[in-house]
Design a protein around this ligand. Structure first.
Ligand SMILES: [Zn+2]
Length: 279
């Protein structure tokens, strides 16, 4: 290997944050906390293990993803309810907030919209922080388990990866064939999943989720949302996914309405102000 003489000096250069977030609009967490203290559950969807379900959340409502029965990871897709072209952008959310997200951070939408679609308002796993392996929960680094990668690495036809579960759920919700629904499925927020990158090889790792029944991740819907949640065939993702080997449990989605008048002052975030002329 041709290591240059100044290799150590080059490596010693200090990193700078790609996207300093000092100029990001700050969510009004006090308003959210006020509203969530007086909200009422208006709907729920139970997502069966190794399957997915869809739900809608009006702007100004809250929703929770709740662990029930056993440790289980969920793969979440979100779209603007009336325009599926505007959807969760995992990569840019990662660039803005880092590899894992928690209370006070947001899920951002795709170009050319780039606006917050959901703000995390409570995370019962917020205590986890980062463990000794560099692992943390609720990542925006994984994609979703899918039958194509599974086929590439192991062969076979497995139909209950999150990608397929989300595709079937969306097809059912929209009343369209799976081929029409599939292109709308995108990289997820890995709810409750505990992941990181190994220090030596930089590989994506997972480990048993610290989630326990009763834990939940709660969001405020900044815009009208359509969601799809898959209860990953990996269960707590302690060993493997893309198979029926792991113990799997359902996940509960709960929708909450704030007390009348509580979130009235909040307006939906504007789409990006970039003029799209591209010079
Ligand atoms: Zn999965």
């Amino acid at each position: 290997m041709n290591t240059p003489k100044d290799a150590a000096a080059r490596r010693a250069i200090k990193p700078v944050i790609c996207y300093p977030v000092d100029t990001l609009p700050v969510p009004d967490m006090a308003a959210y906390q006020n509203a969530r203290a007086k909200m009422t559950k208006v709907d729920e969807v139970l997502v069966p293990p190794r399957d997915a379900g869809c739900f809608t959340v009006p702007a100004g409502h809250f929703f929770r993803i709740v662990s029930v029965e056993g440790a289980q990871v969920g793969d979440l897709n979100l779209w603007a309810r009336d325009n599926l072209a505007e959807r969760f952008y995992s990569g840019k959310t990662r660039a803005l907030h880092g590899t894992h997200i928690t209370t006070g951070q947001r899920m951002w939408t795709s170009f050319p919209y780039l606006r917050p679609m959901a703000t995390i308002t409570h995370d019962t796993l917020g205590w986890y922080g980062k463990d000794e392996f560099g692992g943390s929960v609720h990542d925006v680094i994984g994609t979703r388990c899918d039958p194509y990668t599974h086929h590439l690495l192991a062969g076979g036809q497995y139909h209950h990866c999150c990608h397929s579960n989300l595709t079937r759920a969306l097809a059912n919700h929209l009343g369209v064939p799976v081929a029409e629904a599939e292109p709308h499925v995108h990289d997820v927020l890995n709810v409750f999943m505990c992941t990181g990158f190994t220090r030596d090889t930089g590989q994506y790792f997972m480990k048993a989720s610290p989630v326990r029944p009763g834990d939940y991740l709660e969001f405020y819907a900044e815009i009208d949302l359509l969601g799809a949640l898959s209860a990953c065939p990996g269960g707590d993702c302690s060993a493997e996914h893309s198979s029926d080997a792991a113990a799997c449990y359902p996940l509960l989605v709960e929708i909450y309405a704030p007390e009348a008048g509580h979130m009235d002052a909040m307006t939906a975030p504007h789409v990006s102000g970039y003029d799209r002329s591209h010079g």
